[in-house]
Design a protein around this ligand. Structure first.
Ligand code: PEP
Length: 257
């Protein structure tokens, strides 16, 4: 994991208005040194309506924080009421976009084909997809978690060129650990992250397998991040609840200290 720059990405979900978003970004940047922000890439993923706010804060104060969206339309433009296109996110200075978060898969019935289309839509607009995979509790209890996650990985990346796969960020988020306070053990996280990397290496070669950053997500907080980051195939975290607290998120970024 040493050669890969860690990424800590905060998924705000459907939280924070314009004022709160501005305050959180400013506080987060103020709580981290230039060195810390060089060592670890810090990203926030606000709701669409806060993207302009975050862009203004980041550009205005030249903050070393990047940002992205929680979703993107699979379509380019046109009669898709309520949707947001990749080109719109690109214009707002987004770096990342989530694809296949378990809440989208569950509440919006996004299957692997839609997730794959969104990954491709991200690339079409120069955005880096963070492809989320993860099993529910029943699959884990049947010991099907590795097969489930590698299958979601392959389906999400279908049709991409190896040069594109190399840039993708993968997030392993066991559904039973999201927002539940129940974190996977570092060994659980490593098991699946290791399997995901092995599959990437098998399909796309060693160079790609070594380059892709794989995040863990699910009830990450300052108190458990160091043990998770100590695992060789975990290169960062996707953080929900704890990313809404600037001090807590900054402590997560400082996991090495
Ligand atoms: C998430 O939404 O991606 C997530 C990991 O949430 P939490 O950290 O709150 O479990």
């Amino acid at each position: 994991a040493e050669a890969r720059r860690p990424l800590m990405a905060g998924n705000w979900k459907m939280n924070l208005n314009h004022f709160e978003a501005n305050l959180l970004v400013q506080k987060l940047a103020a709580g981290l040194t230039e060195q810390q922000l060089t060592d670890v890439e810090v990203a926030v993923l606000p709701p669409f309506t806060d993207l302009r706010t975050v862009q203004t804060a980041v550009d205005g104060d030249k903050l070393q924080i990047v940002y992205g969206a929680q979703d993107v339309s699979q379509h380019k433009s046109g009669a898709y009421t309520g949707e947001i296109a990749g080109s719109m996110l690109e214009k707002l200075g987004c770096t990342y976009v989530l694809a296949g978060h378990s809440e989208r898969r569950e509440y919006h019935h996004e299957g692997d084909d839609v997730v794959n289309a969104k990954v491709k839509a991200a690339f079409a607009s120069n955005l880096t997809p963070i492809l989320c995979v993860g099993e529910g509790l029943s699959i884990r209890e049947e010991n099907g978690h590795c097969a489930h996650c590698t299958s979601q990985l392959e389906a999400g990346l279908a049709g991409l060129k190896p040069e594109q796969v190399k840039q993708v960020v993968v997030a392993y988020e066991p559904v039973w650990a999201i927002g539940t306070g129940k974190t996977a053990t570092p060994e659980d996280a490593q098991e699946v992250c290791g399997e995901l990397r092995a599959r990437l290496t098998e399909k796309y070669g060693e160079e790609v397998g070594n380059a892709v950053r794989i995040l863990y997500g699910g009830s990450v907080k300052a108190a458990n991040i160091a043990a998770i980051m100590a695992k060789p195939d975990v290169d960062g975290a996707l953080i929900g609840g704890a990313s809404l607290d600037a001090e807590e998120f900054a402590s997560i970024v400082r996991f090495r200290e």
